[in-house]
Ligand binder design. Structure first.
Ligand code: GLA
Length: 317
């Protein structure tokens, strides 16, 4: 007697979608790269989809169902679309896991039923803030002369938590709260951060030195470029980003150091490969991924970046 297979039938090829909000950002390219590795290793088809708007995302999910995919991993362009995405995945009989940005419901609360992998946002923000504070002290700056550009993106909870962590760490280390200038960006890219930072710089001409932090490397790079435009270069600027993919690496490769002092390297390998592995196991064995997985990061500067990447298993690729 042949036992009935309870999950994806052995003969049925496994197809998994990986939808990202900002495909031009190196972080998401890396996630895709690592997701491809999971696909090769496990022998499933990965469908990479750019979903920069809610509309594109919804039609991409239907498209995956039409292609007979069994599930997808998603970083949505807008977490508030949460209930709509959940309903769409259900209607299309697709398993769903979120990565990076966690879906929220109508009240702004996380949708806990959907498995999620994201960075430990507050703690990683704290690492950035502590790293900046340590460097301010090493340089012997008087904190009252230092302005902080806090590049914010409050509509995204993980972004809020990251910058809140950095702010808290800095103030705990003695940085004057009144010197922190919020620079709200309209999108999570370097150009929006550049525009936001320019406004902050214009508002506060009194400072001798500047520091900057934000949700990712692009946010801090935008601030660093804006400060450069006002003459604040490596000697008078300390920016620490979050991510550690090509945006940061290219900055460290420049022959002369810039105000982009460091980055807290997080793991696109875990976010790309492990999420895909988890989705594959869910489809083939019926084992649902953990509801929440929070990944850690390590602070790296121009000098330590190679070693830190090695320690995080990111160099062989
Ligand atoms: C968000 C940000 C990305 C990246 C990821 C990491 O999606 O927009 O730049 O930092 O989080 O989880």
């Amino acid at each position: 007697m042949i036992a009935q297979a309870p999950f994806a039938k052995a003969a049925e090829p496994v197809k998994i979608g990986f939808l990202v909000k900002q495909p031009e950002e190196p972080w998401f390219q890396d996630e895709w790269k690592f997701a491809e590795m999971a696909a090769k290793k496990n022998g499933f088809t990965l469908v990479k989809i750019a979903a920069p708007s809610g509309e594109k995302m919804m039609s991409a999910i239907d498209n995956l169902a039409a292609q007979q995919a069994q599930g997808f991993v998603i970083c949505t362009p807008d977490v508030k679309l949460g209930p709509g995405i959940v309903a769409k995945a259900k209607a299309d009989h697709l398993k769903m896991m979120t990565v990076d940005d966690r879906l929220v419901d109508g009240a702004g609360k996380p949708i806990e039923s959907v498995p999620y992998m994201g960075i430990s946002a507050y703690n990683i923000g704290k690492q950035a803030g502590d790293g900046i504070a340590a460097e301010i002290k090493r340089r012997g700056w008087d904190m009252k002369d230092v302005g902080a550009i806090d590049v914010t993106y409050e509509q995204l909870p993980t972004a809020h938590d990251r910058t809140a962590g950095a702010t808290d760490a800095l103030t705990a280390d003695g940085f004057p709260r009144g010197n922190i200038i919020q620079a709200p960006q309209s999108k999570t890219d370097a150009e929006s951060a550049f525009n936001a930072a320019n406004i902050a710089l214009t508002k506060s001409p009194q400072f001798k030195h500047w520091i900057a932090y934000g949700l990712n490397d692009e946010a801090v790079l935008g601030a660093v470029r804006a400060a450069e435009g006002r003459g604040f270069k490596a000697d008078n600027m300390i920016g620490i980003g979050i991510g550690g993919s090509d945006s940061a690496l290219n900055e460290f490769k420049k022959p002369t150091p810039t105000g982009f002092y460091g980055t807290v390297i997080t793991s696109p390998k875990r976010h790309g490969e492990e999420t895909s592995d988890l989705m594959y196991t869910w489809i083939t064995q019926g084992k649902e991924p953990p509801k929440v997985t929070l990944t850690t990061g390590m602070l790296a500067t121009r000098d330590s970046v190679s070693l830190v990447r090695q320690q995080m298993g990111l160099t062989s690729n």
